[in-house]
Design a protein around this ligand. Structure first.
Ligand SMILES: Cc1ncc(COP(=O)(O)O)c(C=O)c1O
Ligand SMILES: [Zn+2]
Length: 434
């Protein structure tokens, strides 16, 4: 396998897959580095590739020979080569959800099960790319501003690389997510405020500390990691795209980069270019993007006080919000706002019918698929891929919202009362429960 080596600071004269960074607002070019906003217009910076160079070694045949995991597609990621160290991320299954599909009004539904990455969410993908770059930049620590899942992903990646981790979270985050980050040895700093307050602080800290904040000063690289979801979906489908992709939206980084991922696969000739409708899901209690989409504007009105059980998506002022609206509109998709009871019901349904247990963002996604079908954005016979991006073990209280835990009885699943360790006791209970 031929590997092109990228210098740490790419010089424009060098023939490399990675051309550098470019501002999404004004198009100004910047060299690869720890920079994330355009010096001219403050627009977000994105990694740029030479697709002809990438496509020379990235072929269906070369990919098939490579080990499982997200680095199978490294030519379309901003790294020189697959990193020597790090957690095994990606190559998660695409599962036919035949039992759930009719419950959502769908006929052909696939679930991309990203609940089973190393730290139990898709954030491992984004962090893997940011961390690989951070090592090259020689940062002293990995850090992040997190709505929960990024905390665990950053802490786990730092542990695997032997770096300290500093994780900043809203103080009222789910305890399971705080514990998860602590388990990996991170320094966890709860902030009295919303995620947007946490993010604002981290913007200042990134300048002050020189730490690698995966979603701040490493953001152009971090965002690229989510493209591997598209790469894996296309490969699992036999190198083609589905009719509709349904995904959750918080900052909007993942939603927009999945589209970019499919686009790049077509660019390098790995799939045929076909239209894909992109449907996003947000929690109704923090739905700045869905609200803008419904109003027909790309001006995002920030939500000051999110009020939802869906903590992982509770970003009131999303960085990529207007790009999400543009993507939904241009592709013929939608951005759906889902109330918490529908989210909880969807979590219960997919767990009960498919044996997959997602966190709150997954409930939002599945309920958004049903909403888009009712709206007519998803049509009869469409092939739909829904992304379950985090694991339900991190949000244990969400599942029971509006339903409680059912008490078991004969022929009815649920929690039975504690009984003595004897056959007689079990038979007595079964008799009484019948
Ligand atoms: C489980 C889960 N899914 C989806 C998202 C959305 O990510 P993004 O900020 O890229 O929109 C998040 C963000 O934290 C998340 O935790
Ligand atoms: Zn610019």
């Amino acid at each position: 396998m031929a590997i092109e080596i990228l210098p740490t600071t790419a010089r424009p004269t060098e023939r490399t897959r990675i051309s550098g960074l470019r501002c999404r607002g004004c198009g100004r070019a910047e060299p690869i580095g720890l920079s994330y906003v355009c010096a001219a217009c403050f627009g977000p910076l994105e990694v740029e590739y030479d697709y002809a160079a990438a496509g020379r070694t990235l072929t269906r045949a070369s990919i098939a020979e490579r080990a499982p995991g997200m680095w199978r597609y490294f030519e379309l990621l901003p790294v020189e080569a697959p990193p020597a160290r790090g957690l095994p991320v990606g190559s998660t299954p695409l599962l036919a959800a035949d039992r759930l599909a009719p419950a959502l009004g769908l006929e052909r539904l696939w679930i991309k099960d990203d609940t089973r990455n190393p730290s139990l969410s898709f954030k491992d993908r984004a962090v893997a790319v940011a961390a690989a770059r951070a090592v090259g930049f020689g940062v002293e620590a990995l850090a992040c501003a997190s709505t929960g899942n990024l905390a665990g992903a950053t802490a786990a990646a730092a542990a695997a690389l032997g770096l300290p981790a500093y994780v900043f979270i809203p103080a009222d985050l789910e305890p399971a997510k705080v514990d998860h980050a602590l388990a990996y040895g991170a320094t966890v700093v709860p902030i009295e405020g919303t995620y947007d307050d946490v993010n604002r602080l981290c913007l200042e800290l990134a300048d002050e500390t020189g730490w690698g904040f995966v979603n701040v000063n490493l953001r152009p690289f971090y965002a690229e990691g989510s493209k591997t979801l598209a790469f894996e979906i296309a490969e699992s489908l036999g190198w083609r795209s589905p009719d509709v992709v349904v995904a959750p939206v918080a900052s909007g980084a993942m939603f927009t980069r999945i589209a970019r991922g499919f686009d790049e696969l077509a660019e390098v000739g790995l799939i045929e270019r076909r239209p894909i409708r992109f449907v996003g899901g947000q929690a109704a209690g923090c739905a700045p993007v869905a609200t803008a989409w419904a109003a027909g504007t790309d001006v995002i009105e920030p939500v000051r006080n999110p009020d939802t059980i869906v903590r992982s998506l509770a970003i009131g002022n999303p960085a990529d919000g207007r790009y999400c609206v543009a993507l939904a509109d241009a592709s013929g998709g939608s951005i759906e706002a889902i109330d918490d009871l529908a989210t909880a019901a969807a979590i219960r349904d997919v767990a009960r019918l498919e044996g997959i247990y997602p966190e709150t963002a997954g409930g939002v996604t599945l309920a958004a698929a049903a909403a888009a079908r009712r709206r007519g954005v998803i049509r009869a016979g469409d092939e739909v891929v829904a992304l379950l991006t985090g694991n339900g073990l991190k949000t244990p209280d969400a599942r029971t919202l509006g339903a409680g835990n059912p008490v078991a009885a004969a022929g009815r699943p649920g929690l039975a009362p504690a009984i003595g360790p004897s056959l007689a006791a079990f038979e007595r209970w079964m008799g009484g429960a019948a």
